[in-house]
Design a protein around this ligand. Structure first.
Ligand SMILES: [Zn+2]
Length: 332
């Protein structure tokens, strides 16, 4: 669908059934896939009175990122179909098993991080079936896609967006939309963040010709209202930029561009004592924390592998061997 801003209005999104112009509709959608019949997922559509693009906004790929979830819920109750040009499709929680069980990072059914197995597999595990259905039945029908995240239950973070660094028109559009969204930092990454079976939501979108990006705000398992405000405003900026609303929103400074994302792990299991905070700049070689044993011995000093900015930080001190401590955004 590259470059094809929806030609028909209302759009045809088969899994949702008929959409009525000028209305907000609530759908309970059972995703295709043998494992996914467990629970229908709430989806709200705002089909504008006027034609325009299809914007898909989702959250809850990770189950404990509450400001992102709340943002999608709030958009569903606040956007006015009479004022919207085009169609906004909203799914507040993809990974419902993780949401209900408050599981961090993974889906508790298969212990898989869904954002590492996109575009999924219709015959795979629960997370693979889920990301496959999500990609085909939602993302593929959109002209643009925003995947809202935040720090998960043990993570504090500074708000940032992530898009793919690439040379296609879709990559350029994704970066443009992520810039418009207005968070203080934008990571344009060219390689996977972690070795994984698959890739992330925005990469699967790009491969379908749909410009997509991740926007992250809030964390530590709480519902910070300022984070919700940031994310809601970001989506509204994108709506205005795409000509889907006439709202005028004050400009913000262009994001600081980061080109690398370096994740730092502990070698040893133990208690983590960070020596830095989120949004702090660190220098390669700097001691940024320690890990101690349960006897109180110092097991290791954590050294910054690169210079960069602390974008997220694990704030719960219990750390397993090879446990994730923080992510550094790098300017190259
Ligand atoms: Zn997440």
């Amino acid at each position: 669908m590259e470059g094809s801003m929806a030609t028909t209005h209302p759009p045809t999104i088969p899994i949702l059934g008929p959409l009525q112009p000028g209305t907000t509709q609530r759908h309970l959608v059972t995703l295709p896939g043998a494992a996914l019949a467990d629970e229908a997922r709430p989806v709200t559509t705002i089909t504008g009175a006027k034609p325009g693009p299809v914007l898909f906004v989702g959250a809850g790929v990770h189950g404990g990122e509450y400001p992102a979830v709340e943002t999608v819920i709030r958009l569903g109750t606040s956007l006015d179909a009479a004022e919207v040009a085009g169609t906004v499709v909203l799914m507040p929680v993809l990974n419902l098993p993780a949401f209900w069980q408050r599981s961090m990072f993974v889906c508790p059914v298969d212990n898989v991080n869904p954002n590492r197995v996109f575009p999924g597999d219709p015959n795979g595990t629960y997370s693979e079936q889920m990301t496959h259905a999500f990609t085909n039945d939602f993302i593929a029908h959109a002209d643009a896609y925003i995947d809202l995240h935040g720090g998960d239950i043990p993570e504090a973070l500074v708000p940032f967006s992530i898009c793919r660094a690439g040379t296609t028109a879709t990559d350029a559009k994704a970066k443009e939309l992520a810039t418009v969204f207005g968070l203080p930092y934008l990571l344009a990454v060219s390689r996977p963040i972690q070795p994984a079976k698959g890739s992330s939501s925005y990469v699967a979108a790009a491969e379908r010709g749909v410009p997509g990006f991740i926007a992250e705000a809030g964390g530590v398992g709480q519902l910070q209202q300022d984070a919700v405000e940031l994310l809601v405003t970001g989506v509204r900026r994108v709506l205005a930029h795409l000509g889907m609303s006439e709202e005028k929103i004050a400009d913000v400074p262009a994001p600081i561009l980061l080109t690398g994302f370096e994740w730092v792990y502990a070698k040893n299991a133990g208690i983590f004592y960070p020596a830095v905070g989120v949004d702090e700049v660190v220098h390669a070689g700097q001691a940024i924390g320690k890990v101690g044993s349960l006897f109180g011995e110092m097991l290791e000093t954590i050294i910054a592998p690169v210079s960069g900015r602390v974008l997220f930080l694990t704030i719960n001190p219990a750390i397993q061997a090879n446990g994730l401590l923080m992510g550094l955004g790098v300017t190259e």
